[in-house]
Design a protein around this ligand. Sequence first.
Ligand SMILES: [Zn+2]
Length: 176
Amino acid sequence: MAVKNVVQAGNEILRNKSSLVDLNQLPDIQSLIDDMIETMEAAKLVGLAAPQIGENLRIFVAKDVRSRDEKNKPDVNILTFINPEIVSASKETVVDYEGCGSVANGNFFGQVKRSSEVIAMALDREGKKFEIPSGGLLARIILHENDHIEGILFTDKIEDWEKIMSREEYLKMREG
Ligand SMILES: [Zn+2]
C-alpha cells in the first residue's frame, strides 16, 4: 500500500475514457484500491478515481458522507465503486462548490450544477453488486468521480467563473 501522487490537470490520463474492469482482474486491483483509499486520505479528499493515480480503469472510492458533518470523521465508511453506472439522476439540480485533488491539488473551488438525488449501481471490491441511493454531498461526490472515469473534470462544468474561490476563502465561507 502506498500514497501516490495525484495526477494533475493537463495530463491526458485524466482525459481518457477509462476501461471496464474484468472480473478476473479483481485480485489484481485490490492493492490499487488500497492505494486509492490511502491517497484520498492523505490528500484530504472525499473521493478519488483510479485515473487520478494513473490507472484508466472504471473504479472510484468515496467517503460515505450522508451528511456534510460526517465529512471529517476519521472512521467514516469508504465505498468502492467498480464499473459504476448512474441508474438514475434527478431532474432537480443543486449548485454547490466543488474542488478536485487533480485541479490545483484541491486548492481551487468552483460552482457546479448537479442532480440533487442519484441512484448508482456498481460492484464492491469483492465483486458484489450493490445499489446506493444518495443525495446531498454524497450524490455530488459520486457524480464528480463518475465524471473522472469518463475523462471529465469539474472545471468543464463551471458556469460562473466569477465565483471561483481559493480553499482558504472557501473554508472561510463554509465555517463563517
Ligand atoms: Zn476530482
